[in-house]
Design a protein around this ligand. Structure first.
Ligand code: PDD
Length: 286
């Protein structure tokens, strides 16, 4: 069945959705995106995603296309129109269509392009990855220097994902100057002697909305959190490892570059954090 998508003010069947070939998102990757998960028909962590959207847009000199409240209504509307129970909403805002290709930003007042679509993922919260854990390989982090901005330039992470697939692994952790930055589309963590270690925020990584919630829940549960860079060797010798994102929630990592992490099974810290995150997220979903 065809989806109903949102394009610049209209709800249309996906086959009828149109964006110009001159759109800055298409030609220059000049756009920002957000992915918000949907559980039980409700949006998870929406205020966090809306706040990060505004920050990302601001960092590349673009305004919010609408107030956060209107954006929430739009997300809810699209979820309802497509009957999404479990899945996600993808949102993209670009600098619009300047009618030609030019490196300079289009003149002020050029309308932005705003696109939203849904992806239905029945059973999103109970996949095999959460039950069995995933394997990751390390790849060099070849992305640009402002990874804190959630832009649509996703070629490097796509290549990282393909390198993982080619190696028979599930995902890739990117490494810069000897330390893990983050996963191809998630934040990376290890657990050693009861301490949860994840890279500190900065321009090298995206400030995950799931990361913020999970670290808050971990601290509330009296777990120790260390925000610092760690190496692949440390991950291989850790008791546990895991990733977080809007689409994976908290997912255990049981193998790093071929080495088994801990027991090779999802560990108690990752399992507990996933449980708490899902429970609290469902309660607070909008
Ligand atoms: N990716 N780091 C990177 C590079 C990401 O692309 C993502 C999210 C995260 C986790 O952020 P959050 O917890 O807010 O989802 C970290 C989304 C899910 C995607 O690109 O599909």
């Amino acid at each position: 069945m065809s989806r109903i998508v949102y394009v610049n003010g209209d709800f249309v069947p996906e086959e009828e959705a149109r964006i110009s070939v001159f759109d800055r998102g298409f030609l220059m990757s000049d756009g920002i995106y957000e992915v918000t998960s949907v559980l039980g028909g409700k949006l998870v962590d929406f205020p966090g995603h809306a706040a990060r959207l505004e920050r990302s847009l601001n960092e590349i000199a673009m305004p919010m296309p609408m107030e956060a409240e209107a954006l929430l209504d739009l997300h809810r509307d699209l979820v309802a129109r497509n009957g999404i129970e479990d899945g996600l909403v993808y949102l993209q805002v670009t600098r619009g269509n300047p009618q030609d290709r030019d490196f300079a930003f289009p003149p002020e007042g050029t309308p932005q392009s705003v696109v939203l679509f849904t992806q239905s993922k029945p059973g999103l919260a109970d996949g095999a990855a959460a039950r069995d854990g995933i394997s990751v390989i390390s790849v060099p982090d070849i992305r640009w220097g402002r990874r804190d901005i959630k832009t649509v330039q996703l070629l490097a992470p796509s290549m990282a994902k393909m390198a993982a697939k080619a190696a028979g692994a599930d995902d890739a952790w990117m490494v810069e100057d000897g330390a893990v930055t983050e996963g191809s589309s998630n934040n990376a963590y290890i657990v050693k002697d009861g301490r949860i270690v994840t890279r500190q925020l900065g321009s090298e990584i995206l400030a995950g909305i799931t990361r913020a919630a999970v670290l808050r829940f971990a601290r509330e549960a009296q777990m120790t959190v260390e925000e610092r860079a760690f190496t692949i060797e440390e991950a291989q010798e850790a008791d546990e490892a895991f990733i977080t994102s809007a689409t994976s929630f908290v997912t255990p990592v049981v193998q790093v570059d071929g080495a088994t992490v801990g027991s090779g099974q999802p560990g108690p810290v990752a399992r507990r954090l996933r449980e708490i995150y899902l429970e609290e997220s469902r309660k607070a979903a909008l």
